[in-house]
Design a protein around this ligand. Structure first.
Ligand SMILES: Nc1ncnc2c1ncn2[C@@H]1O[C@H](COP(=O)(O)OP(=O)(O)OP(=O)(O)O)[C@@H](O)[C@H]1O
Ligand SMILES: [Mg+2]
Length: 337
């Protein structure tokens, strides 16, 4: 049974004809039922909501079952496999993620106090340091599917069409608890004040903000960007949590190397610190590439050289490559592999 205050809210909204409030309250009831594992009731409420007309948001067009299904085309659904514990994260970042996970897991407790769990998170930082991986890990820890927004299926050059597709996408997303991931979020959430942009991008960002406001808290929104300066200020404010995944410190990278060295089949002849200094990766992606490179050569050499020689050769190859491109001047894309 839904909480009495929510039921009273729903009746009030219905009687006064306040559709926005009715919708919000119904979504809160659905979320509460879902948290109590009453997914049958929750699904029926969600379905009733998505098949209702939504003036003010969707215009006069009916948001019927077909339209909802259409919205799924803008999404790539992935089952997450990566636990949070596998990522090397600063303590503050890890703690913030654990807070979000706890709030989501214990949403019913919060809602009993009239508070919604936080569910809008922006990940900022240079390439190759775990923004995409962290979105996957959050989905894994929350036991939710990861819905990756496919810009190729959402963004079109036809006036008004992108905003409409976005609305359909969100209508679809709302039907199920999930982690909704906007990778390279700056591609769509750009600064509205940019003089070079047409009215189209403004309309898209406005739609996006409305949809963000309207997103129920059982849908966790994760945006990722290497270019936070391109984001619209109002968009930036919509995210309740903003986490910076910086380039890892030498100590963190050394821990990463120690872990990877342990997974190698034999002793490499290097300490983690010495190997990290020799390889000098600029981000985790590059470090990961180095160890993959070792494993690839190990497989192909088939015992023709000793393991230590093989590692030394790969270190030398990486150092000379760095010499060629310059350690700090490599384009970020190249550095992130
Ligand atoms: N913090 C981390 N701990 C362990 N591995 C990591 C970490 N960050 C990144 N990696 C590894 O580096 C690779 C690239 O990471 P990821 O794609 O998540 O980075 P990103 O920040 O999304 O980069 P981009 O901005 O280019 O999209 C992944 O395969 C992942 O395994
Ligand atoms: Mg990424």
């Amino acid at each position: 049974m839904a909480r009495s205050d929510l039921l009273v809210e729903l009746v009030k909204a219905g009687v006064s004809g306040d559709q926005a409030s009715a919708r919000q309250t119904a979504e809160a009831i659905a979320a509460e039922e879902r948290a109590k594992k009453h997914s049958g009731v929750a699904d029926r409420i969600s379905k009733a909501l998505t098949s209702a007309e939504r003036p003010g948001l969707a215009g006069p067009t009916r948001q019927g079952g077909l339209r909802v299904r259409d919205g799924s085309g803008g999404i790539q659904r992935r089952e997450p496999h990566r636990p949070l514990g596998e990522l090397f994260l600063d303590r503050a970042i890890r703690d913030a993620c654990l807070e979000l996970i706890e709030e989501q897991h214990r949403a019913d407790v919060l809602r009993a106090h009239g508070i919604e769990p936080r569910h809008r998170l922006l990940l900022v930082g240079p390439p190759g340091n775990g923004k995409t991986s962290l979105a996957e890990s959050l989905a894994y820890e929350l036991a939710l599917p990861l819905f990756v927004v496919r810009y190729d299926a959402v963004v079109t050059s036809y006036l008004g069409e992108t905003a409409q597709r976005l609305r359909r996408l969100f209508d679809f997303v709302r039907t199920e608890p999930c982690v909704l991931f906007f990778d390279e979020f700056d591609a769509i959430g750009k600064e509205r004040g940019d003089l070079h942009e047409t009215g189209e991008i403004k309309r898209v960002v406005t739609t996006l903000l409305l949809q963000f406001d309207d997103l129920p808290s059982y849908c966790v929104l994760v945006g990722a960007t290497n270019h936070p300066e391109l984001l619209d200020r109002a968009t930036w404010r919509r995210f309740e949590m903003r986490l910076e995944l910086e380039r890892p410190s030498d100590d963190t990278m050394t821990e990463y190397f120690a872990q990877r060295l342990k997974e190698l089949p034999e002793k490499s002849g290097y300490t983690a610190r010495r190997l990290r200094a020799a390889v000098s990766p600029r981000n985790f992606s590059e470090a990961e590439d180095f160890f993959l490179d070792i494993r690839r050569h190990l497989a192909l050499e088939q015992g023709r050289v000793t393991f230590r020689t093989l590692v030394t050769d790969r270190v030398n190859a990486w150092s000379s490559q760095r010499g060629r491109y310059g350690s700090d001047d490599r384009p970020a894309d190249l550095a992130s592999g």
